[in-house]
Design a binder for this molecule. Structure first.
Ligand SMILES: *Cc1c(COP(=O)(O)O)cnc(C)c1O
Length: 436
């Protein structure tokens, strides 16, 4: 691309004049990897095209929602029909009930669900619910897990268990995060100590079960089991943030994956988003009836939303869920994701690049590390400079992965075996250049 025909750079310059950093969500700015963000013009199936007309095989999928690929005909039809009927009413609709019923049908731990518009809103509301239902203030979260940008959740670990976390954003008063305890992911001993110290005050433990906001790190089975036991024992609620994992790693979400190893396993509250909106602003939180009945107007925990359960968004979500429930859908999606991951591992090995990777359902992650990390500190030992070369090498050759080494990747049902094979062969080229 000669400078005179490149449209991304001038668009980015225009954007920066009117939008902070030129983007409406920070990671889109390419700050970690450098270079100019691609302005996307359109997308279809597994591909996106930027303002220069360059085609990319898309492994971001809008950060998870586009599990069917872009522009799936059945979803498009449902959205077009809904749009003709009206954009928003501020009154109840049948599709909200249908979507709630579909979620409850797919996730056994959920008996009631409230629809909202973003994962942040769902996570924030889940915490208010946990506090309201238990009458306690403290919440436990884990380093490297992202639960949206509510004040109480923008916290990193303090210097010890007895100290409180520190806000990771300006504008968050220390008083607001003083009730948030931040622990190391997968560290059973720290978890036990935290409960020994604060057990009677803990409203909830919130976790990303397969953490996609530190690339791809699984909570170990013993860790999830111990979280569950300690919550039950101390009267705290266990909150699974499945905004990324839900309807993505398996039809029943990450909780169905853990239930294979922990018989009868269920969280108390589940936070959902991304796939349930199919690319529209839609998220949800749900749980057992006894917990959910604390929500207004039944109970005293207040939460509301002008666009909650939006009729066009629910049509998009319902059509998406209908497709992913088809027999064999997850088997096929898991198999393509596995083929990609195995291919990348083999390509890196052939070029002598230290590399490890993992996947579940249609979600994957890889590290420029010889073995898979178990917590945030280890994830951050990845070679950032090398990742940036890998990222730009792939991008220049038409493969679009997340522009940061601590973000997961997503395969859609629209990715064909040819797309996967092309990706692996491009990756091998890039690995070769990394090795030199
Ligand atoms: C994306 C994400 C959120 C936030 O959702 P938004 O819709 O971006 O507000 C919360 N939790 C997890 C695990 C996520 O991946």
């Amino acid at each position: 691309m000669t400078p005179s025909t490149d449209r991304n750079l001038p668009l980015f310059e225009r954007a920066k004049a009117v939008i902070p950093g030129g983007v409406n969500s920070p990671v889109r700015a390419f700050k970690a990897v450098g270079g100019t963000p691609r302005f996307i013009e359109r997308a279809q199936g597994a591909y996106m095209w930027d303002a220069n007309g360059q085609r990319f095989i898309d492994y971001i999928g809008s950060w998870g929602p586009m599990i069917l690929g872009h522009g799936h005909p059945a979803v498009l039809e449902a959205v077009q029909k809904a749009a003709l009927e009206g954009f928003s009413f501020g009154a109840p609709t049948e599709r909200e009930v249908e979507l709630a019923e579909a979620i409850i049908d797919l996730v056994p731990s959920i008996e009631m669900v409230r629809l909202v518009s973003s994962g942040t809103e769902a996570g924030m509301s889940a915490i208010r619910l946990a506090r309201g239902a238990t009458g306690r203030n403290k919440i436990v979260k884990f380093e490297g897990c992202y639960h949206g940008h509510a004040d109480a959740l923008l916290v990193k670990a303090g210097s010890g268990l007895a100290t409180f976390g520190n806000a990771t954003s300006a504008g968050v008063p220390a008083e607001v995060v003083q009730h948030t305890v931040v622990l190391e992911y997968n560290n059973v001993q720290q978890l036990e100590e935290a409960f020994a110290l604060h057990g009677a005050d803990i409203a909830c433990v919130m976790i990303e079960p397969i953490a996609g906001n530190m690339n791809f790190v699984r909570a170990s089975v013993p860790f999830v089991k111990r979280c569950r036991e300690l919550c039950t024992q101390h009267g705290a609620l266990f909150v699974f943030d499945e905004v990324m994992n839900g309807f993505r790693v398996a039809l029943g979400g990450a909780q169905s994956v853990y239930a294979r190893d922990i018989p009868g396993f269920e969280p108390d509250i589940t936070v959902m988003g991304k796939v349930i909106g199919g690319g529209m602003p839609l998220a949800a939180f749900g749980g057992k009836r006894a917990v959910m009945e604390h929500m207004a107007p039944l109970g005293s925990v207040y939460q509301a939303g002008t666009l909650s359960g939006n009729p066009v968004a629910t049509a998009c979500g319902l059509a998406t869920l209908r497709e992913i429930r088809q027999p064999g859908f997850f088997e096929a999606l898991s198999a393509s994701t596995r083929t990609l991951v195995d291919g990348l591992v083999a390509a890196a090995a052939a070029e002598g690049v230290p590399f490890s990777a993992d996947c579940e359902g249609g979600m994957f992650g890889f590290f420029l590390l010889p073995t898979l990390p178990q917590n945030y500190a280890t994830v951050m030992q990845s070679d950032g400079a090398r990742f940036n070369r890998l990222f730009h090498g792939l991008l220049d050759r038409g493969v679009y992965i997340a522009p940061a080494l601590y973000e997961a990747g997503f395969v859609s049902a629209a990715h064909t075996p040819q797309d996967i094979a092309e990706t692996i062969s491009i990756a091998r080229d890039v690995f070769k250049s990394l090795a030199n």
